[in-house]
Design a protein around this ligand. Sequence first.
Ligand code: ATP
Length: 212
Amino acid sequence: MKMEQTKIPQATAKRLPLYYRFLENLQASGKQRVSSTELSEAVKVDSATIRRDFSYFGALGKKGYGYNVNYLLSFFRKTLDQDELTKVMLVGVGNLGTALLHYNFSKNNNTRIVMAFDVDENKVGAEVGGVKIHHLKDLTKVTDLSEVSVAILTVPAVAAQKIADQLVEAGIEGILNFTPARLDVPDSVRVHHIDLSVELQALVYFLKHYPV
Ligand code: ATP
């Protein structure tokens, strides 16, 4: 089967890491094939959506057979660049930043935080989770932007926009924003926003008002 690297819808692209992680576990347990129903139960995405997602990259699945796990994985690896290490920087080594540095995506993923920045002189120069903390003023000095094009932002909300401007100026292409601040960036820069308190509040609200 030909592996098209054509554009897939954003909603589909967002689900790929989810599929990828589950399929990797399946492969590790020696499974060769998987049905959309099995996948659906595991990743909590309805099976019609899974079939549509998979059809975008030519994995059509056969009735009574399902999908070939190795084929899917090799497709995902290419699409998600899992064969290459994606290097990421983190700005703001507070509580959340520290947790992320320790976590450092070591499971199922070829993404690594390779450098961190802060402005607190007590933190600059130290290492957290094996990652060196630099002063933010040295951003362009220590970063090779051809190698690191994604930044995780875990600074106080009030500082977020100014730092985002600096990151954009330095050539960062993607920001994973953990602060509650809404960032204003040029169209060429992609921001994904994860506001943990809002997510948690939303969950609590839904539990209260829309019990399952
Ligand atoms: P802590 O208890 O270590 O301060 P926290 O998560 O409660 O952690 P925050 O006030 O959210 O602290 O700050 C997160 C981190 O962002 C801190 O390490 C802080 O030094 C850093 N920080 C604050 N302002 C900036 C800035 N302008 N540029 C870079 N880092 C900053």
